[in-house]
Design a protein around this ligand. Structure first.
Ligand code: ATP
Ligand code: MG
Length: 239
């Protein structure tokens, strides 16, 4: 199994949306997925509760995850599910270092803005500190979020240049700005329970989510700790 943390100390970077997208797609692929909801605002827990029986059967959510119980949950679940995803609160929090310490892989959502890039830098510096001081090397990638499908803004271009100058790996699939991602949250839906009449470009959002999840899967599989982590279809997907 693999523990995957979504982190950026800048609020509103798109962490929770990215967690929901990746969690749903991995569950649709047939993996068992648990989200540890460490945001006291409980967005994912509330969304999952509203989903009810529309939720993918192999997706579960643990609410009220705090620094006092994160380690306990991670240890208990790490060999029970295929993927454990951690959604962190927006601001800097003691939970961040703790969650990183439990992670096999870290995804850093970044919008095309200087402030988001700064929040990403905080996470990357903390990862570097863990490597230098504790010899813990946690692989990580930035995922660009809320990307305009039509144009590359100057702000996004400068964020890309900054990340490249720091040799930070960036996923080749960005999360596109789509109304469907907002609606899924707002109405307690998934990209597959919502109807295409109620939101524009649903098919494009679904395609984007699938491509992203497949890329995430390819990245994290080598760091997954469970011997039987990959059923044959997993290998096919990651090829
Ligand atoms: N790809 C996207 N397309 C459209 N809207 C998006 C997208 N990603 C995020 N949003 C919207 O941006 C806002 C912030 O996103 P989100 O809650 O995922 O960020 P966050 O990093 O989890 O925030 P916080 O730090 O407060 O936890 C939300 O209103 C969400 O619906
Ligand atoms: Mg959030």
């Amino acid at each position: 199994m693999a523990v995957l943390t979504f982190a950026n100390t800048k609020g509103g970077a798109g962490k929770t949306t990215a967690v929901v997208i990746v969690a749903c797609e991995l569950a649709r692929m047939g993996f068992s997925v648990t989200v540890l909801d460490a945001d006291p605002q409980l967005w994912i827990s509330k969304w999952h509760e509203r989903l009810g029986d529309r939720a993918p059967a192999s997706l579960s959510v643990v609410p009220y995850v705090t620094s006092a119980n994160l380690g306990q949950h991670a240890r208990k679940l790490r060999d029970k599910v295929d993927f454990l995803l951690i959604d962190l609160p927006g601001a800097r929090s003691p939970l961040l270092a703790q969650a990183l310490g439990h992670s096999n892989y870290v995804l850093i959502p970044v919008q095309g803005s200087a402030m988001d890039a700064e929040g990403a830098t905080n996470v990357i510096e903390l990862l570097q500190y863990l490597e230098d001081r504790a010899d813990i090397r946690i692989p990580h990638s930035v995922v660009l979020t809320r990307v305009n499908p039509m144009v590359t803004t100057r702000a996004l271009q400068s964020v890309k240049e900054l990340l490249s100058s720091r040799r930070v790996h960036v996923l080749s699939t960005p999360i596109i700005e789509r109304a469907a991602y907002r609606e899924v949250f707002g109405y307690g839906q998934t990209l597959y329970s919502i109807t295409s009449e109620s939101v524009s470009n649903l098919d494009k959002a679904q395609q984007n989510a699938q491509t992203l999840a497949q890329e995430v899967l390819r990245r994290i599989l080598p760091y997954s700790s469970r011997g039987d982590r990959t059923k044959s279809e997993t290998l096919k997907l990651s090829a």
